[in-house]
Design a protein around this ligand. Structure first.
Ligand code: PGA
Length: 250
């Protein structure tokens, strides 16, 4: 199973800044052996097309940060999987905590988006994770179970396991500088693996589970080496090409 190192650029970078960062990343990754990794970059919609054109490394793929679950129609402001694919992007994020908490997306909508994206031919990184309050109330298991069950209900079949990736991102560790401890990460990833076995059966063992939340060059290697951690989803530290390249080579 190839490890995934993913960059979530959030609402950062114009298309010109995207060109500059990816040109640097092309150079910095030239000599990093990547045959056992997949690198995913999630720029804003406005940079998707230029990003897909500029990356020249066969191990780097582009993805969108969101989608609307319809082919086309009267959905002002929304973007369909067809449009994303036409930009040259192959991946999409669903259920990122900023969309859940700021835009108020619920589990049902995250599920619809995940299923529609997969059925449309996009590969998906579906994000889940608990808030500090939920964790402190002892609800970690229930929150992860609910998010996973609703996100993965009615998956299209057959589905090859490398097309669906889960990202565990504890909300309290995103953009805060507070990385979850290795024990916290192992506990959550073990729970997720067990839940995936119930939902997906045998393909759960081949489903990659990423960790996200204040990943940086200094902690990337240690987190990547933990049991059931199959990659990283990186926000802030992915915005500069040199810092992301260090995480890629961790
Ligand atoms: P962070 O963001 O690395 O800045 O904490 C991670 C994410 O939101 O995907």
């Amino acid at each position: 199973m190839k490890k995934i190192i993913a960059a979530n650029w959030k609402m950062f970078k114009t298309s010109e800044e995207t060109i500059q960062t990816l040109t640097e990343l092309n150079t910095l990754t030239e000599n990093i052996p990547l045959d056992n990794k997949e690198i995913l970059i999630f720029p804003p919609f406005t940079s998707l097309e230029v990003a897909a054109k500029i990356v020249n490394n066969p191990y780097i793929f582009i993805g969108a940060q969101d989608l609307y679950p319809a082919k086309e129609g009267a959905f002002t402001g929304e973007i369909s999987p067809t449009m994303i694919l036409a930009c040259g992007a192959k991946w999409v994020l669903t259920g990122h905590s900023e969309r859940r908490h700021i835009i108020k997306e619920d589990n049902a909508l995250v599920g619809q988006k995940t299923i529609f994206a997969l059925a449309s031919g996009l590969n998906v990184v579906a994000c889940i994770g608990e808030t500090l309050e939920q964790r402190e109330e002892g609800n970690l298991y229930d929150v992860l179970a609910e998010q996973l069950q609703q996100t993965l209900a009615k998956l299209p079949t057959p589905l090859s396991p490398e097309r669906l990736v889960i990202a565990y991102e504890p909300v309290w560790a995103i953009g805060t500088g507070k990385t979850a401890s290795t024990e916290d990460i192992i506990e959550a990833h073990t729970i997720i693996r067990e839940l995936l076995k119930n939902i997906l059966g045998v393909s759960a063992m081949q489903t990659r589970i990423l960790y996200g939340g204040s990943v940086k060059p200094e902690n990337a290697h240690e987190i990547l080496s933990l049991d059931n951690v199959d990659g990283l989803l990186v926000g802030g530290a992915s915005l500069k090409a040199d810092s992301f390249a260090k995480i890629i080579s961790a």
